[in-house]
Design a protein around this ligand. Sequence first.
Ligand SMILES: [Zn+2]
Length: 106
Amino acid sequence: MGMSFCRNCGEKVNESQNFCTSCGSSLKVYEENEYQNYYSEHNVVEDKAGCFTIGIAFLIPLVGLVLYLVWAQSRPQSAKSIGFAAIIGFIVDIIIWSALLSLGVY
Ligand SMILES: [Zn+2]
């Protein structure tokens, strides 16, 4: 390590430098941004499904199921609430549909 490339002009720069010798853009800012991006992506992921997402899962169980599968690994707590909402929504859907069918609406 030690050498990297300027994000602005692509010139080879030394990592210890604060500014690119070719175009003069700050190299330090990029590093700090990268660190913040990494931090927000990996450490500050709030593992809690929002009311809106749960509502969607409840109304459209298929969406809830997809979200459950997507979040099963990265956000187990959210996946659990979403999966639960989807199951409840699915049962409610069946009840509503069977009620409509027995009433002869369709
Ligand atoms: Zn540059």
